[in-house]
Design a protein around this ligand. Structure first.
Ligand SMILES: *Cc1c(COP(=O)(O)O)cnc(C)c1O
Length: 396
C-alpha cells in the first residue's frame, strides 16, 4: 500500500525517527563496566519524569500490565482488601486482576464516560474504621473512554479520612503526556509502560515505588519472584538489573527522556492539551457528535472516544478506515464495543498529523452513511489551532 500508515490508536503510539535511530544498536554486555551509564541515565530521567525525590523508578521487561501485578504482589498479602473505581475497560481489568490474584476489592462503579469520584472514595474510606482497606487504586487516564481523573483529589480524600492505605495509580496512558506528580500527590506506586506517552515500542513496564510502598513490601506476604521490588530496586544504585534487560529499548528510553526534557515537561503537557482541544473541536463543533467523556472535567488530553449515532457500527467504520484509508483508529471495548471509535493523540504528534486522522475518520464515517458535514471536522480543528498561540513543541 502506497504512503504511510496513520497510526492513531492510543498506544502503541508513533515512534519518532530520533528514537528509532537510537534503538539501532549492537547488543552489548549488560554486566559490563559501562552498562550503568545507560541504565542509570534511564532511571534518573524517570525519577524526574515521575517528579519524585525519594521514589524508586523501576524498569521491568514487561508491558504495563506486568507493573499492575508487581504493585499487588509486592505490597499486599493474600486476602487483603482494596478500593477501586471502575469506569472503563482498563480500570475493570486491573480490578479483575486483583480478584484473580485472590484480593478483595470494594468496587466503586461509575458510568462509562465519568471518572473516579473523590467523594465516593472519601465515603468508602471513612466507613472503613478498622482500616481493612490496604490499597486505593485509581486509573488516572481511562483509555477506553477518554476520561482523566483527578489523582490529587483522591489523595486528598485519603488524607481527610486519615486512612493509612497505599495509593496505586495507573498512569499508563497519561505519563509523559498529562501532568503526573508522584511526591506532591503522595502516590505510592505509579504504573506505566513504554508504548504510549514515552513514544517507544511496547516491552518496558515502567513503574515508580515510594519509600512507604517499599517498606510495605518487606512485610507483605504475597508470592512474587520475577517482579520482586527488592531485587529490582538494586538497579537504582548499581545500574545492573536482576536479569537481561532489553538493550535497544533502554537506548530508546534514554532518547525519549532526552526529547521530553528538551521540550520541557510543562510544554509537553501543554502540547497534548492543545492538540486534544483541536480533536474535541472537530468532534463536537465540526461533526456535532458527542464524546464518551460526559463532562469537560473528564476530557482526556491523550485519547478521545467519539460516540456514533445509534445504529452505526463502529467496528465497521474502523475496519473501513484501515482498509480504505490506511488509518488505524481505536475500537470501542467491552460495554462500548461498536458504539464508538477512539482517536489516540499522545506522543510524537503535531496538528497536521492529527488532521490526517480527523480527515480519515470523517471520510470513513461518510462512507458508512453517518451524516456529518464533509470537511466540518478539519474546519473546526483548524479554527481551534489557528485561534491561539501554539506551544513551543510545535514550532520549528
Ligand atoms: C495500555 C493500558 C494498559 C495496559 O498496558 P499494556 O502495556 O498493554 O500491558 C493499562 N492501563 C491503561 C490505562 C492503558 O491505557
Amino acid at each position: 500500500m502506497a504512503g504511510r500508515n496513520f497510526l492513531f490508536v492510543p498506544g502503541p503510539s508513533n515512534v519518532p525517527d530520533r528514537i528509532q535511530r537510537a534503538m539501532m544498536v549492537a547488543m552489548e554486555d549488560h554486566r559490563s563496566a559501562r552498562f550503568p551509564e545507560l541504565s542509570l541515565a534511564c532511571l534518573k530521567g524517570l525519577q524526574r519524569l515521575f517528579r519524585t525525590e525519594n521514589g524508586t523508578p523501576m524498569i521491568f521487561p514487561s508491558s504495563g500490565t506486568g507493573c499492575w501485578e508487581a504493585a499487588l504482589s509486592n505490597c499486599l498479602s493474600p486476602g487483603d482488601r482494596m478500593l477501586a473505581a471502575r469506569f472503563g475497560q482498563f480500570s475493570h481489568l486491573w480490578i479483575d486482576m486483583c480478584q484473580r490474584l485472590g484480593f478483595e476489592v470494594d468496587v466503586l462503579d461509575e458510568e462509562w464516560g465519568a471518572g473516579a469520584s473523590p467523594e465516593r472514595y472519601r465515603a468508602a474510606l471513612a466507613a472503613d474504621r478498622g482500616h481493612r482497606i490496604k490499597a486505593v487504586l485509581v486509573c488516572q487516564n481511562e483509555t477506553a473512554t477518554g476520561v482523566t481523573s483527578d489523582v490529587a483529589a483522591i489523595r486528598a480524600a485519603i488524607d481527610e479520612t486519615r486512612h493509612p492505605a497505599l495509593l496505586f495509580v495507573d498512569s499508563v496512558s497519561a505519563l509523559a503526556s498529562i501532568d503526573f506528580r508522584m511526591d506532591e500527590w503522595g502516590v505510592d506506586v505509579c504504573v506505566s509502560g513504554s508504548q504510549k506517552g514515552l513514544m517507544l515500542p511496547a516491552g518496558l513496564g515502567i513503574t515508580c515505588v515510594s519509600v512507604r510502598a517499599l517498606e510495605a513490601a518487606k512485610s507483605a506476604t504475597s508470592r512474587r519472584c520475577y517482579f520482586d521490588y527488592a531485587d529490582m530496586a538494586q538497579a537504582a544504585h548499581s545500574g545492573y538489573f536482576p536479569y537481561t534487560p532489553s538493550i535497544p529499548l533502554l537506548h530508546g528510553l534514554r532518547e525519549s527522556l532526552a526529547m521530553l526534557f528538551e521540550e520541557g515537561l510543562e510544554q509537553v503537557y501543554a502540547r497534548h492539551a492543545f492538540l486534544a482541544g483541536g480533536v474535541r473541536a472537530a468532534v463536537r463543533e465540526g461533526w456535532q457528535l458527542e464524546l464518551c467523556a460526559r463532562e469537560p472535567k473528564w476530557y482526556s488530553d491523550t485519547v478521545s472516544a467519539v460516540m456514533l449515532p445509534a445504529g452505526v457500527d463502529g467496528a465497521k467504520i474502523i475496519g473501513h478506515a484501515f482498509r480504505r484509508y490506511n488509518l488505524a483508529l481505536g475500537a470501542g471495548l467491552s460495554k462500548v464495543a461498536g458504539r464508538l471509535f477512539r482517536i489516540g493523540h499522545l506522543g510524537d504528534l503535531n496538528e497536521l498529523m492529527l488532521m490526517g486522522a480527523i480527515a480519515g475518520a470523517e471520510m470513513a464515517m461518510l462512507d458508512a452513511g453517518v451524516k456529518v458535514v464533509p470537511g466540518s471536522g478539519v474546519a473546526a480543528a483548524s479554527a481551534y489551532w489557528r485561534g491561539q498561540p501554539a506551544p513551543r513543541g510545535l514550532l520549528a
